[in-house]
Design a protein around this ligand. Sequence first.
Ligand SMILES: C[S@@+](CC[C@H](N)C(=O)[O-])C[C@H]1O[C@@H](n2cnc3c(N)ncnc32)[C@H](O)[C@@H]1O
Length: 192
Amino acid sequence: MFENRKLKKIKRLNKKAAKPEFKSAEIIKSLKIYENDKIVDIGCGGGYFTFKFSEEVGKKGKVYAVDMEPECLDYVEDEAQEKGIKNVETVLVDGGLELEGGLNLVFLRNVFHHIEDPVNYFKHLKQFLAPDGRIAIIDYRKTRKINFVNIFGHHTPEEEILKVMEKSGYVPSEKFDFLSSQSFVIFKSVKG
Ligand SMILES: C[S@@+](CC[C@H](N)C(=O)[O-])C[C@H]1O[C@@H](n2cnc3c(N)ncnc32)[C@H](O)[C@@H]1O
């Protein structure tokens, strides 16, 4: 059974992700997901995007819901079971990540600022990507607003994300500016 406070936090993450200002439908459209794709949702939280991806990839696709908090994964598993969803697999991590190869999309929303040693983290992820695999990173920008994100430093400048990803061996393939408080960049691996 969930500790009530954690369950509330997990539900709050999903409620927030669903707010119109965060434009989840536009995000999904921008990601150009295909049926049968294999996707990883790193730092899935309550799985708001995990379940969107699950619909997009269909029965033969696969979505890995990755998090460091076992309660988040328990929540995602319970939801999947309740809805009869079979293409979602949860992965509990302790900072690092080991997965099967051939991933079409690695997705991180509001997680980049949590990653310790991001250059080595994303270098390590390369081996799991399909040849045309992509990494999509959405993170908060610092704004003047007095809110949780700004007070507790839950943000990363877009230039910093670009720098880290370049050092890790990626180049930006697409950038989007429809999110008012977040940056959104899709990266592909530099070949060779
Ligand atoms: C702000 S929440 C975002 C949740 C979800 N991505 C969303 O958009 O609603 C950040 C999540 O990342 C997880 N997290 C933090 N560091 C992580 C890491 N190194 N690997 C995997 N998950 C991580 C946290 O446990 C938390 O669930």
